[in-house]
Write a protein that binds this ligand. Structure first.
Ligand code: TXA
Ligand code: MG
Length: 346
């Protein structure tokens, strides 16, 4: 990978994209999770363009991307021992670590006024070579319009941001498909603020106990610590219902809705898609391997908008491993609307 990255540094498209970043323009680039919308993290002017293009609320801080461990010291005040262990194990990779920010270097708009900053080293040759060529810390939220599912292809970025950004580096489909895990390491027991590509189980095997932000389970009751988690996200235009029940039960719901004259969509799996008779059925991956569901989830959610469905019923998954990230995104897409097959209160 290192050779590959160093060769790419001189690639004309990488050089052009890096120059745009240095001129405080904003460009989209692939990472192993989703496409990011990159900007010079030291420039107020560049960061203002990111918030503007995405329509992102200014109280939602951005993640800073680096390509070398040596870039870290200018950005953070201290590196706690557990953070160091996590970095060594999972960087480059889908893990964003929250540190105490070192004042004076980054644009204050990056951290949205917080005294902490989220940093990650992405595991993608185009992202790494771009950051190296620009020789800057690169702030990059997901390259979608605020509220839409994150982009996993250059086409998704184009759909949302065409005309508002200086360019897109096209690296094909992203691998993981859901965003990085965000973990707060400014506290004694690290807390997962957003589940993602690196699982809780994998982190615990390296540093022992890791907690999950209670706001992720008890949504709305307590204030989420990752400001971004309080906004509606990932939502298709039609309402999504999460159904805890068998495919046969889901088909009963589908039939009833169609009899009411609705156009009905189903988020199914490779194993179950054939069991449904609906207007649009989309298999979002295999139950045998939830990483395939993570990979296809956002494209699946986006696909319903072009099918003009009125209502979407979705199968649900276990919250083990990457299933925690998948269910977190599905819950947000559904606005936490659940239907239970064994609901005895009705
Ligand atoms: O995989 C990813 O993380 C992608 C790719 C492009 O790297 N980026 C991404 O960025 O998902 P964004 O901006 O869409 O999501 C960043 C999340 C938000 O929920 C934000 O609130 C949280 O990280 N965050 C950023 N800085 C934070 C901080 N200092 N404290 C707490 N949460 C923070
Ligand atoms: Mg995002």
């Amino acid at each position: 990978v290192d050779n590959h990255v160093d060769n790419l540094k001189n690639n004309p498209q990488i050089v052009e994209a890096a120059n745009l970043l240095k001129q405080n323009e904003i460009i989209a680039f692939p990472t192993e999770t989703v496409y990011g919308l990159g900007a010079n993290a030291t420039s107020d002017e560049a960061i203002a363009k990111v918030y503007e293009a995405k329509g992102r609320p200014s109280d939602n801080p951005l993640i800073v991307h680096i390509a070398n461990f040596s870039q870290l010291h200018a950005l953070v005040l201290e590196i706690p021992e557990k953070a160091e262990k996590l970095m060594k194990e999972f960087w480059p990779g889908p893990l964003t670590i929250i540190f105490k920010v070192r004042p004076g270097f980054l644009s204050k708009k990056v951290t949205a006024g917080l005294d902490t900053v989220g940093i990650r080293m992405p595991d993608h040759p185009l992202a790494l070579s771009l950051i190296k060529a620009a020789n800057l810390p690169v702030a990059a939220p997901s390259a979608n319009s605020s509220g839409k599912p994150s982009p996993t292809t250059a086409k998704h970025v184009h759909e949302d941001l065409f005309g508002q950004i200086a360019g897109i580096l096209d690296g094909g489909e992203t691998g993981i498909g859901v965003e990085s895990t965000v973990v707060d390491c400014t506290v004694e027991v690290p807390i997962i603020l957003r589940p993602g590509g690196v699982t809780k189980e994998a982190m615990e095997s390296v540093i022992g106990k890791v907690e999950i932000d209670p706001a992720l389970n008890e949504n709305l009751k307590s204030k989420p610590k990752a400001p971004g988690m309080k906004y509606t996200h990932y939502a298709p235009n039609a309402p999504v219902y999460l159904v805890n029940g068998t495919p046969e039960f889901i088909q009963v719901l589908v039939k009833k809705s169609r009899e009411e004259g609705l156009v009905v969509g189903v988020i199914a799996t490779d194993e179950t898609a054939d069991l449904y008779d609906a207007d649009y059925v989309r298999a979002c991956g295999s139950r045998q391997d939830l990483s395939t569901v993570a990979n296809r989830l956002y494209d699946t959610l986006r696909s319903f908008n072009s099918k003009n469905v009125d209502i979407i019923y979705s199968e649900v998954f276990s919250t083990e491993g990457v299933g925690l990230a998948v269910m977190n995104r599905l819950e947000k897409a559904a606005g936490h609307k659940w239907i239970y097959e064994n609901d005895l209160t009705k």
